[in-house]
Write a protein that binds this ligand. Structure first.
Ligand code: GAP
Length: 576
């Protein structure tokens, strides 16, 4: 086996990171189960995200349901536009994602932005075949396929609901309550970590493209006219950027710029740049290899229906050839979502914030108070129409009412109306504020793809004492086990001592595994494969020496050192 992804998949299955779910029943494509090591790794990664994107930034986390009623998705645009392109093989019935078929078999990198008709033409021009049976797909219709899972809420035919395709909608629909909780003060950020569901046409193996996955999303609500990101903490973070212009060149290059430079040079929207900086720092801390990482800008065709600027964080999960995977998206969603929910829910004010002015503003307002005692007898059935025309004229050209008479046109006929009968008035109105629809900046992370990247980038092979070794170089921040404690054997008090050390370290907050089965070499290899940074071994010397000592072994270098038990906690803390 020499392919990196196959090796990672094999190790993940064998060591309990992740594997195909419901395998006993043949498994269903697109669903994966995290084993004990994977579940712990994912939980730690989520906690680290929570720490860095919620707590440290002063945002608040919510937990909304995964099933939502149909009107939510009518408003959000998912019902109409959350489609991928599908082509079905007339010979064997295989469903294939049409834009990916084109990307995989031509030199077109981004086919997502093409229309179904354009993809049909490309399939014909390049004479593309079914990936399963090899039948030609030329002339086969390419259709849109909605990715949402539909369900029925309640007994009988019930109400139609959908499993949410993004956790974000769970935040947007709760905006009326959330803004109240935030005492109507912008800016504020709401985070959520939870499951999202997409009925992917062609799920990819493992965690890369599944039908049920976890997202960690942050919706930062801002006043676009007032709020600026505080970039102090990330000003000097260097970003590796791949803007649209560079992607369009045959010899396009990465642009390296700090967050501050990216903003000043107008390369990235200021809010998006700020979050790219926060994300870069986080990705580094969880062990993602920065040589195999970039931020790529979306081109217009690829951008989601709600986004005005969008950059993806991408990791290279390939072996010798590059294979870029989107692990997060950073979108400036503008006021799209709240405006839509405002329109569809009928809650005009609830999806807005009342923005109070520092000083009340005096504005001039115009009003019409038509004298119906004149218009009724004069215009009969047409009176209402005449008044509406006057209202429109007032909006369009208020100065027209300064003359004695104003002229309006109805169905090609002109009418002269005495201005005094229209009751035109100018008034000064004092306003203490106005209702605005906040804008949204959204960093949206795929947790599973991040876990997968951490595993691919952490995977390594070397030789120790002439023997092949496989190891996962996981960051101590997210390694499922930080310290493994072994007695040489569970005899003559060694096991007891090792259990005591393990228990003390757990008390101190480390994640610790105790293991006394098999020979020491094998135990080291097992922990290397699940990414445990430190192993501690209790042997006969431990009990003989005063003060007592243990052997501490480093995963990556395999170097061993004797450490006094009394200094163990300090030594481990400094290494982690
Ligand atoms: N709210 C914005 C949003 O959902 P997205 O780019 O569609 O944006 C965000 O999804 C992230 O979710 C992606 O960057 C990716 O990491 C992850 N993701 C999307 N579809 C996925 C799938 N089928 N399997 C695993 N992860 C997925």
């Amino acid at each position: 086996m020499d392919n990196l992804s196959e090796k990672v998949a094999e190790l993940s299955k064998r060591r309990g990171f992740f594997f195909q779910s419901s395998e006993a029943y043949g498994g269903v494509a697109g669903f994966q189960t995290y084993g004990p090591e994977g579940a712990e790794l994912k939980r730690k990664l989520e906690n680290s995200w929570r720490e860095n994107f919620s707590r440290k930034l002063g945002h608040r986390e919510i937990d909304a349901p995964t099933v939502m009623p149909e009107p939510v998705f009518e408003a959000s645009g998912h019902l109409d536009g959350f489609d991928d392109m599908i082509v079905e093989c007339p010979e064997c019935g295989e469903s294939i994602r049409a834009d990916h078929l084109v990307e995989d078999n031509t030199d077109i990198d981004e086919a997502e932005g093409h229309s179904t008709e354009q993809i049909e033409v490309l399939i014909e021009e390049h004479d593309l075949f079914c990936t399963r049976c090899g039948n030609s797909l030329a002339g086969v219709e390419v259709e849109d396929f909605n990715l949402m899972f539909e369900t029925s809420i309640g007994p009988g035919s019930g109400d139609t609901g959908y499993l949410r395709p993004e956790t974000a909608q769970g935040i947007f629909v709760e905006f009326p309550r959330l803004k109240e909780y935030m005492r109507n003060q912008l800016p504020f950020g709401i985070t959520q970590i939870g499951k999202a569901y997409r009925n992917e046409i062609s799920p990819r193996k493992g965690l890369v493209r599944t039908r049920e996955f976890t997202q960690a999303e942050l919706e930062h609500f801002i006043d676009p006219d007032e709020d600026k990101p505080d970039i102090r903490d990330v000003r000097d973070v260097e970003l590796k950027l791949y803007p649209v212009e560079e992607q369009q060149k045959t010899d396009g290059e990465y642009i390296y710029a700090t967050v501050e430079e990216a903003v000043e040079e107008g390369l990235v929207h200021e809010w998006v740049a700020y979050y790219l900086g926060v994300a870069k720092k986080w990705y580094e801390s969880i062990g993602i290899d920065m040589d195999r990482f970039r931020f790529r800008q979306h081109n217009e065709g690829e951008r989601a229906h709600y986004a005005t600027d969008c950059w993806d964080a991408e990791s290279d999960i390939g072996d010798e050839d590059e294979d870029w995977l989107e692990i997060a998206g950073f979108a400036y969603r503008g006021c799209y979502d709240l405006t839509k929910h405002k329109e569809y829910s009928g809650d005009e004010k609830d999806f807005q914030i009342f923005k109070e002015y520092d000083e009340p503003k005096v504005t001039e307002q115009t009003e019409l108070n038509p004298d119906m005692g004149y218009f009724g007898p004069e215009f009969g059935d047409q009176a209402q129409e005449v008044v509406e025309e006057l209202e429109e004229l007032k909006e369009r050209e208020p100065e027209a009412f300064e003359a004695d008479k104003v002229m309006i046109e109805i169905d090609g006929d002109n009418y002269m109306i005495p201005s005094e009968k229209a009751g035109f008035e100018k008034k000064e109105v004092k306003k203490s504020g106005e209702h605005i629809v906040p804008h949204v900046v959204e960093p949206s992370f795929g947790v599973d793809r991040t876990v997968y990247t951490v595993l691919v980038h952490g995977f390594a092979e070397d030789k120790v004492d002439g023997e092949d070794r496989t190891l996962m170089q996981l960051s101590p921040e997210i390694a499922p086990t930080q310290v493994a404690v072994f007695p040489l054997m569970d005899k003559e008090g060694l096991g007891e001592k090792a259990r005591e050390i393990a228990s003390n370290l757990r008390e101190k907050g480390f994640s610790v595994k105790y293991d006394d089965t098999g020979n020491i070499g094998k135990r080291y290899r097992r922990q290397d494969e699940v990414g445990t940074p430190i192993c501690v071994t209790v042997d006969y010397e431990t009990l003989e020496e005063d003060p007592e000592t243990v052997t501490l072994r480093d995963r990556d270098s395999t170097m061993q050192k004797r450490v006094k038990i009394s200094e163990l906690e300090e030594e481990i803390s400094s290494r982690l």
